[in-house]
Design a protein around this ligand. Structure first.
Ligand SMILES: Nc1ncnc2c1ncn2[C@@H]1O[C@H](COP(=O)(O)OP(=O)(O)OP(=O)(O)O)[C@@H](O)[C@H]1O
Ligand SMILES: [Mg+2]
Length: 372
């Protein structure tokens, strides 16, 4: 829209020329690109520049550079006056990247290149690159939040461990064996919590950096669900809390058995801990959405509890989100989604027919060529 449109000055094609030869439209560049001619008038203002400055390209084209881009440094000095691209030293070729402010206090990373037709001749073009710092700030903020949350999550079990061990060491003689056992059991459970949290954080770091390894082999998912149910029953849950429905025949599933176990264990644990009533697990073959593959396997875990409020459904898969007081660290579903997607599958959440939460994940039969 901005470039290639002939402005009233008829010079905007000066920008498109070189890039066009490469088959690139300046509007497709991720960074803001502003070019001024030998008189300091804007002849190119691409889409990213318009987005970053919130100034439509039509309003910028033909304007003087200092008017279209009224940049100030962090001390409030006008940057174009300070750097004086057209007047300064005749050998100056560029301005290194600086963090500058746009009107309204919006921060932007700016660098400029001075193009001279002859080595010490007058400036022919000023090419300005603008980069939005918002995205970078957001990631920095999310890293800071992650560290704060992790520190907090690690501190509470460690405070308890420290409290009980200190008490036991100081007053060992004053406690009965039963009291000591109770304290040690708490310490033991808290140590498990820390270990689990660290394992989850390692998974998250692998998921976030795309290093989660999927070692595929044939997996009998019905048998895997059966083992989880048996473990719950052995731990004291009534057998009728679970209903497993298998639709036969199921296609062969190639997946990482340990990771699929992790997915199942998280979903079943959530259904038992956050949900209520019968936990139903439906395993069915599905038509794969991808062309050239026949079918996949779909697993639905639903319960009869309160379910997940409509307004929170798009947040359940984000890390550290937990809706109820019965929550753990809020990492389970984030990891589940990461594992399912690493298998080339998808996961969705909804409301079950009995009103509770319903999680459904679908795995392709085998490794698509690009994943194997
Ligand atoms: N079956 C369910 N019914 C109702 N709410 C659920 C269900 N499953 C998950 N949730 C809600 O989603 C939140 C996030 O779940 P997630 O598994 O990510 O974390 P968590 O269970 O709180 O902790 P973690 O799994 O890390 O121990 C839960 O805190 C809970 O509020
Ligand atoms: Mg969970």
């Amino acid at each position: 829209m901005s470039v290639g449109t002939r402005s009233a000055h008829g010079v905007s094609e000066a920008c498109a020329g070189g890039l066009a030869e490469l088959g690139i439209d300046p509007d497709q560049l991720p960074d803001g690109l502003v070019v001024a001619d030998e008189q300091g008038r804007v002849i190119c203002f691409n889409a990213a520049a318009a987005r970053i400055t919130a100034l439509p390209a039509e309003n910028a084209l033909g304007q003087r550079l200092e008017k279209a881009l009224p940049l100030e440094d962090l001390e409030g000095r006008r940057w174009w006056q300070l750097t004086d691209p057209y007047g300064g030293l005749a050998i100056r070729r560029r301005q290194p990247e600086r963090n500058l402010l746009l009107p309204g206090g919006r921060e932007v990373l700016v660098s400029a290149q001075y193009v001279r037709a002859e080595p010490t001749g007058p400036v022919h073009r000023v090419v300005v690159s603008l980069r939005d710092t918002e995205a970078r700030r957001r990631t920095e903020r999310s890293h800071a939040e992650l560290i704060a949350t992790v520190a907090h999550e690690l501190r509470s079990p460690l405070t308890s461990v420290k409290g009980f061990t200190a008490t036991l060491l100081a007053k060992w003689e004053r406690f009965t064996d039963d009291q000591k056992r109770l304290m040690l059991e708490t310490v033991d459970a808290d140590a498990d919590r820390v270990t689990r949290l660290i394992a989850e954080l390692l998974d998250i770091s692998r998921i976030d950096s795309g290093r989660l390894e999927v070692r595929r082999q044939p997996v009998d998912i019905g048998a895997a669900v059966g083992r989880h149910i048996q473990a719950y029953v052995a731990a004291g849950l009534a057998a009728d809390r679970f209903l497993l429905r298998l639709e036969q025949p199921l296609p062969m599933l190639w997946a990482d058995p340990d990771k699929i176990d992790q997915v199942l264990s998280n979903l079943l644990e959530n259904a038992v801990r956050h949900g209520e009533g019968t936990v139903t697990i439906d395993i069915t073959p599905t038509a794969s959405p991808r062309e050239g593959e026949d079918t996949g396997t779909s697993v639905t875990v639903s319960d009869e509890g309160p379910g997940i409020p409509e307004e929170s459904m798009n947040r359940v898969f984000t890390r550290f989100w937990r809706g109820s007081k019965r929550g753990g660290t809020g990492l389970g579903l984030y990891i589940v989604k990461g594992i399912v997607e690493a298998h080339g599958g998808t996961i969705t959440v909804g409301r079950g027919s009995q009103g509770g939460a319903e999680f459904r994940f679908t795995l392709p039969v085998s490794a698509p060529a690009y994943l194997s």
